[in-house]
Every structure is written in structure tokens, then in C-alpha cells.
Design a protein around this ligand. Structure first.
Ligand code: ADP
Length: 608
């Protein structure tokens, strides 16, 4: 194997015809013995960047990986491809450890996945010394390299000691990989891992197969239910909620409605968490309702949607979470609903946290960027990429704003009314009361405070309740109003409201669409291009899926390890008649052709 060309390995082992984007350059660079830092979005194809060099170079490749689940997944996938791979971590029994060590020393294993803490143990480093002498070391791959960053929530202190590899084995090439795009994290990876001289391969972070949608919350559960029914009746997906309680309630509600949903959060017993994660990976069509504790290490390629019922804390968080959809490159949805309450409670949560003032200021800025994105009327792909310092031509036809453009309206006068009502009523009331005053409703509270006497009473009858809510939500999101913790969350003006009140600054707002009107012709035609358009109802497709599930169950592995959906879909569409034809299909290398080719040919024949 060691003398094969990268192209040959790609075809024979992985069953792919071409490298994607920068993969070839990266692979050649590492095969030549050079260091690399690879920044590529989720689903971009990072694993191949070290797996192909690992097979092309002499000796053992060491892959540092932060999570047991990740290692298991990768090793199982490689074994399916007929590659000798193994992992060492705390979950193994002593005898398995000893066996793997023997196989490493005899040169039988090509890729060894290890946890960072294992690497640091003196005895393991001595083992590597011996490996280098006898079989050689092909490379060190440092996966999820952003774990060195103490700012992210994936921080793993042991990652900071990985420089020892470089010092002890200076001639062995290192390749660090991450899907985290922001510049400070990148800089931290370079300095913490001593990668100053490594060549950087930065891919576009665009995820063209993900369709973004941000809706206004009115009845979140019902909206979610409608979304699932219309677009994801049989699909696996993740629903993110902020609190553990909401995770459990939402999961229970979905189950009641007939969905296969499971809860996941850090408060559940470890065993149950693991069980739910396993079911999500191994069964088809499971919906995981989770806090952000669920995510890293979830390599499931056919997550068809990620839904947010609560706001993430930042654009980075949003992009990382939504990025778990559609790793296989097929159509996927990132769907979110949010409302005024979310903005207010997120801001309050930040303000009341324990963090330093400096940190809070940073977090506020990050939240503001996210709110700007939510309220934006521009192409979402473009808005996201701009945030990460990349350009995009817009008009993606893959987001709500492009599929049904949002109107904006000159709302300066209305904004003045809304702000002035806050001021006149003493800057301590919530939106409900403010709207009552503007609409001229003489509620008991309005009467008690004498707010029927203020100048803004009844001046806003031209807008209805939903419209006024939209105005207030957008003014809060834009930072013209803020919730005052000391006054039970009542709204008060900020400095930014002053120029608007004085007439020195215009305000343009988006016109919130009625939920039902938001399905346009363009969207319907886009839906027709859906990942499995036509296939879902086809008996052949169902038969192929059933065969895949049967084979997966026999081996106790997730169905996507047998074939990805994209591969299965190609079998469905091309209907190969011979093993040779089957071998042409993307994702079917030699090992898989031998193992499964006949099984699927038989299904095709029976269904013909
Ligand atoms: P990442 O680790 O960057 O999230 P993966 O390595 O899991 O991405 O790859 C994502 C998907 O793309 C996988 O299903 C993988 O098999 C597929 N893939 C990667 N490279 C290629 C390629 N050159 N041709 C076809 N499919 C590819």
C-alpha cells in the first residue's frame, strides 16, 4: 500500500474519483513530509487529508482525537474500508491494550487514534520511540485542533502539551485540523501547537447545501411541528434548546406527537446519555433534542436538519451547531425561530453572569452580531460568511431571505412613537403594557398608572399587536432599548435611541411575514430539488435502505458506515447491473464492493 499514489488510494480504498477542493494539495504537502494547518468547514472532508497520507507514507500514523465517540466512529469507518486502524483510550481493557500495542509494533496497524492525555504518558512516548525505530512514524494528525483554545467551550488543557510531539519527533510531519473559523482561535492554534512554519490551507467556510431560515416565534412548538411534518417526516435531526428543562419538555412533547425524539443534556446520567447518542447514530430518523452539550464528536453524515428553539450565544456557536447538518453534502436545513423574549432573556443572562466586565462586553458584542444576522434582510450565506471575513456573491437561493425577499419599511416615525412611549411611561414597563398604551387600551394597569393621560396614549392604533411586537423586538435587537434588570425586565432607552428620537437618524425595519404566507413558488421549486425527491416513496429506495439497515445491525454499526445516503441514492438512481458498474459509484471502494456489492445487486434484481 505504501507505494500507491494518493489518487490510487482515493479510488481503491475510499471509492472516490476526485479529491475535493484543496484536499489534493494538502495530501501532497503532508506526503512530502511538511507540516500543515487545515481549516475546513464541517463536512468539507478533513479526514481524508490525513488518512490518505497515512496510507501513502511508510509507518504508523498517530491521530490525536478528543473524544472516545469520535475515535470509535473513525476507526469503524476505516475498518469498513479495509484499513487497519485502532484506538487507545481509557475505555479499553488491559488485554485489548496489549494486543493493539503488539499489532502496532508489528506494523499491522496503519492508523492509531489516541486521546491527548494518553499521548502524554511517558510509557506511550517511549512506545512511539520504539515504533519510530522499527516501523517508522508516518505522521501526527491533530484533529479538532481548536480544543487548544481556552476561549471555546471545547477547551482541552492536554492539547496544549502536544508540542512535545514536535520536540521529540521533529522529522515527523504534523497536520492540525479544525472547522472553527475565527481568527483568534486560528492564531491560538498556531502559537500553542508551534505551527508557525506550517503551511495554512484555508477553505471557504460556505456550506452551500445548508438552507438557512430564521423565523419569528409565535407558537414555537407548533411552528416546529409544521416544519418537521412538511420537510423532515422521516429524517434524523438535532433540536437545540437552552435549558435542560426545555430539552426534556420538548422531547416529551415530540414523542407525544408521534416523533422518535430523545433528550440529551449534561444533567442526564452518563449511561443514558451514551445510550441516546448511540441510538441517534445507529438508528435512522431519530431526533435529538439537546443542549449544546451535544455536538462535538457527532460525525453522523445524514443529519438532515438542525433546529434552534432558542438563540445561540454567538455567530460562532450558531455556525458550529448548524454545521452539524448535511455533512454528506446533500440538502439540509438550519431552522430557527426567535422572538423578543429570547433577546431580552439572553441579554439578561449575559449581564447577570459571573464573567469579568471585559468578557461580558465581548459576549454582548457577539450576541449583537447574531441578532443583526437574525434581523437581516440580506442573503444569509453572505451575511454569515462576511462575519467570518469571507465574501459571497449573495442570491444563494438557499435561504429564507433569498427565497422570499423580505420587505423593509421606513419606520422612523413608528420607532419614535415606540421609544417615546417607553420614556413617557417612566422606562420601567414591559412590551405588553407599552403596546396597550400605544393602542389606547384602558386596562386596569394603564388606569392605575394614569397612562391614559400620557401623550403617547392611543397614538399607535394603525398597527396591530403583532406589528408593534415586531417593532419592539427589532428596536431591542438593534440595541435602542434594553431590559432593565433592576426594574423586573422593564424596557429603558439606551444612548443609541437619542438620535432617533431627535429625528437625526432614520429607522428601517423588516416587515415580518405572516407565517403561512412564507411559502413561495421559488421555495416550492427549491423543495422539489430536495435530497431525496421522489426516492422516499419508491419501494426500491425503501428496499435498499432496509438492506443497509440489516447489514448494519448484523455488525452493530451505524447504517451510514455501510454506505452513506449519497452512495445509496446513486445506487438507486443508476441501478448498476454488475459488480464492475457498482464499483464506479462514488463511495464504493474495493473493500466495500467485495463485502456488500452482491447484497445490493440482489436487491436491485429482486425489485426490477
Ligand atoms: P469533516 O471531518 O471535514 O467534517 P469528513 O472527513 O467527515 O468531513 O467528510 C465529509 C464527507 O465527505 C464524508 O462523507 C466523506 O466521505 C465525504 N468526502 C470527503 N472527501 C471526498 C471526496 N474527495 N469525494 C467524495 N466524497 C468525499
Amino acid at each position: 500500500m505504501a507505494s500507491s499514489s494518493p489518487q490510487q488510494i482515493l479510488q481503491d480504498v475510499f471509492g472516490f474519483n476526485q479529491f475535493r477542493h484543496q484536499q489534493q494539495a494538502i495530501v501532497e504537502h503532508v506526503i512530502a513530509g511538511q507540516d500543515a494547518l487545515v481549516l475546513m468547514p464541517t463536512g468539507g472532508g478533513k479526514s481524508l487529508c490525513y488518512q490518505v497520507p497515512a496510507l501513502a507514507r511508510e509507518g504508523l500514523a498517530i491521530v490525536v482525537s478528543p473524544l472516545i465517540a469520535l475515535m470509535q466512529n473513525q476507526v469503524e469507518a476505516l475498518q469498513q474500508l479495509g484499513v487497519h486502524a485502532a484506538f487507545l483510550n481509557s475505555s479499553l481493557r488491559a488485554e485489548d491494550n496489549a494486543r493493539i500495542t503488539r499489532e502496532v509494533m508489528s506494523g499491522d496497524i496503519k492508523l492509531l487514534y489516541v486521546a491527548p492525555e494518553r499521548l502524554m504518558v511517558g510509557s506511550f512516548l517511549s512506545l512511539l520511540d520504539e515504533v519510530q525505530q522499527h516501523v517508522g512514524l508516518a505522521l501526527f494528525a491533530i484533529d479538532e485542533a481548536h480544543c487548544v483554545s481556552q476561549w471555546g467551550h471545547d477547551f482541552r488543557p492536554e492539547y496544549r502539551q502536544l508540542t512535545v510531539l514536535h520536540h521529540r519527533f521533529p522529522d515527523v510531519p504534523r497536520i492540525a485540523l479544525t472547522a472553527t473559523a475565527d481568527a483568534p482561535t486560528r492564531a491560538e492554534i498556531i502559537s500553542q501547537l508551534n505551527l508557525e512554519h506550517a503551511r495554512q490551507f484555508v477553505s471557504s467556510f460556505d456550506r452551500p447545501n445548508i438552507r438557512y431560515h430564521v423565523g419569528i416565534k409565535n407558537n414555537a412548538r407548533q411552528q416546529l411541528h409544521t416544519f418537521l411534518e412538511r420537510e423532515h417526516a422521516d429524517d434524523a435531526g438535532i433540536i437545540y434548546c437552552l435549558s435542560r428543562k426545555k430539552v426534556e419538555e420538548t422531547a416529551a412533547w415530540l414523542v407525544e406527537k408521534g416523533w422518535s425524539a430523545l433528550p440529551y443534556h449534561a444533567g442526564l446520567p452518563a449511561q443514558l446519555r451514551e445510550h441516546h447518542q448511540r441510538r441517534f447514530l445507529r438508528e435512522e430518523g431519530i431526533i435529538m433534542v439537546a443542549t449544546i452539550a451535544f455536538g462535538m464528536g457527532i460525525d453522523k453524515p445524514n443529519v438532515r436538519f438542525v433546529a434552534h428553539l432558542d438563540l445561540p450565544k454567538s455567530m460562532e456557536g450558531y455556525y458550529q451547531e448548524t454545521g452539524r447538518a448535511g455533512r454528506d453534502g446533500l440538502q439540509a436545513n438550519a431552522w430557527m425561530v426567535y422572538g423578543m423574549g429570547d433577546v431580552v432573556s439572553m441579554r439578561q443572562m449575559l449581564d447577570s453572569g459571573e464573567a469579568s466586565e471585559e468578557r461580558k462586553r465581548l459576549e454582548r458584542l457577539k450576541l449583537d452580531a447574531l441578532l443583526g444576522y437574525c434581523e437581516s434582510t440580506a442573503c444569509r450565506h453572505q451575511t454569515i460568511l462576511r462575519y467570518f471575513g469571507e465574501s459571497h456573491p449573495g442570491a444563494c437561493e438557499q435561504c429564507d431571505n433569498c427565497l422570499h425577499p423580505v420587505e423593509t419599511w421606513q419606520a422612523t416615525q413608528v420607532a419614535q412613537m415606540a421609544l417615546s412611549c417607553v420614556y413617557r411611561t417612566g422606562q420601567r414597563f414591559g412590551v405588553g403594557h407599552l403596546i396597550d398604551v400605544l393602542s389606547g387600551k384602558l386596562t386596569p394597569q394603564v388606569a392605575r398608572f394614569g397612562h391614559d393621560k400620557v401623550s403617547t396614549f392611543g397614538i399607535g392604533k394603525t398597527l396591530n399587536l403583532a406589528q408593534w411586537s415586531g417593532v419592539y423586538r427589532q428596536l431591542i435587537a438593534a440595541g435602542l432599548l434594553e431590559a432593565d434588570m433592576a426594574a423586573y425586565g422593564g424596557l429603558k432607552l439606551t444612548e443609541s435611541a437619542r438620535p432617533v428620537l431627535k429625528g437625526a437618524q432614520e429607522v428601517w425595519l423588516r416587515r415580518d411575514a405572516e407565517p403561512e404566507k412564507r411559502i413561495s413558488k421559488a421555495e416550492r421549486s427549491a423543495r422539489a430539488k430536495e435530497a431525496f425527491a421522489g426516492a422516499n416513496d419508491d419501494p426500491l429506495w425503501q428496499a435498499l435502505k432496509a438492506k443497509r439497515l440489516e447489514l448494519a445491525r448484523e455488525q452493530g454499526v451505524p447504517p451510514y458506515l455501510i454506505f452513506h445516503d449519497s452512495t445509496l441514492l446513486e445506487i438507486h438512481n443508476r441501478k448498476p447491473h454488475t459488480l464492475d458498474e457498482m464499483g464506479q459509484i462514488s463511495g464504493i471502494g474495493q473493500a466495500k464492493l467485495q463485502k456488500y456489492g452482491d447484497d445490493f445487486l440482489q436487491v436491485l434484481e429482486e425489485m426490477d
